[in-house]
Design a protein around this ligand. Sequence first.
Ligand code: SAM
Length: 444
Amino acid sequence: MTSEAVQSSLNSPHTNAVDTAQTLEVTIERFADQGRCIAHVDGRVVFVRFALPGERVRISLDPGAERKDRFWTGEVVEVLEASPYRVSPAWPAAGPVSMGGGVGGADLVHVNLEGQHLWKKTLIDEQMDRLANVDSDVELHAVASDEQRGGLHWRTRIEMVADEAGRPSMHQRGSHERLAIDDMPLATQELNGIATQEGVWKGGFEPNASIRLAVPALHGSDKREDNFALIVNDKLVAGRSTLTETVPEVQIGSTKRTLSYSVAADGFWQVHRQAPSTLVNAVLQAAQNELTSAPHTIWDLYSGSGLFTVALGLLAGKGGNGLFSVEGSPVAVRSARKNLRHAGLEAAQARQGMVNRALRSIPERFLHPNLVVLDPPRAGAKAQVVHQITAAHPDVVIYVACDPTSLARDMTTFIADGYDPVDLQAYDIYPMTHHVETIAVFRR
Ligand SMILES: C[S@@+](CC[C@H](N)C(=O)[O-])C[C@H]1O[C@@H](n2cnc3c(N)ncnc32)[C@H](O)[C@@H]1O
């Protein structure tokens, strides 16, 4: 039956509800956001999970679809004509529900890495064009060794929930069920090893307990010892509460350095084992490429535990004089201050507070930055903060974004305030998922 024929039988004149027990055969047209692709049924958009453009697939619509809806959502149940980018999921539990999957966290698990990169690049370029009116041809950089690991084994942090039987589990999409798991293919082998060592996969947790495990990647001569944290219901049960994170091969001017950070086990840290060095080097490189004089006054906004702050301070020299960071989380700011002291950057000021408020009372010596770096959460910085930044007239702004849509929206504000986007690079630090990191550089 074609989608049109099925559709007319779905559209019962007596009820608004759509019979979602029936499946539909559709052609997938293009990539969309959140790991979904677009098809049409009877003129209506359907966002389809586990699909790829050009494919002919059979889908089931998500329960609750109604004829009055502007769009529907659904999931592939059978692939009739496959895209060359399709692979069978390396982590079946994260695949389609009808194929034994349903846990979240890897919505591109049906796509090879080349197809994942194409998907992310396409969406970034489309968002820049559609929302910021910028003609973009972003370069997407893969992290070295992800290819070798097939896009798996990159997470240094995982979160799970205990099921009714006390086993680690993840929620199944579209149901109240949880699927027990005894391995996490996206996590590093070291993390899975510590989980086994600590008996995590054996279960025995209180039902519904939250389970978090953070295991820093080891580099060079690092030793594991107890450098990990198992946190259950927000309480440390094994390992330690302050972790040491090593960031190797950071290019500061003409020297490569290994940086060491103290990070609260329950605080923010980039999740991919190579994200810290990849992003720090990208930010430092952009700063050196774009600044016409040495950085003298630098703001690092949404600075977390000081990942960029320390590296930028070392690049600028002068013991951190001229370095001003802002971060909302008190725990992260404590780590940042420790990291700045440890790096000999005592003259820096790491302010705790909301960025929009902190920028209303900037100490005199930081009033005229020539460089601003910002790494806001998914929602972006928003217009007020962008105006506060541009009002300080920095020569260069480096915007690290985990959501290209928010970046594109903030880009319109930067452009309206007289800042040109001069470089855009993307980094695939979240393989197997639709997430991607984008770094935009603006110049006045
Ligand atoms: C994407 S993280 C970046 C952290 C850091 N740059 C790094 O790479 O490790 C965003 C940070 O912004 C902080 N944050 C979120 N909203 C904030 C706000 N309105 N004001 C200050 N900090 C905020 C979060 O606590 C988090 O540490």
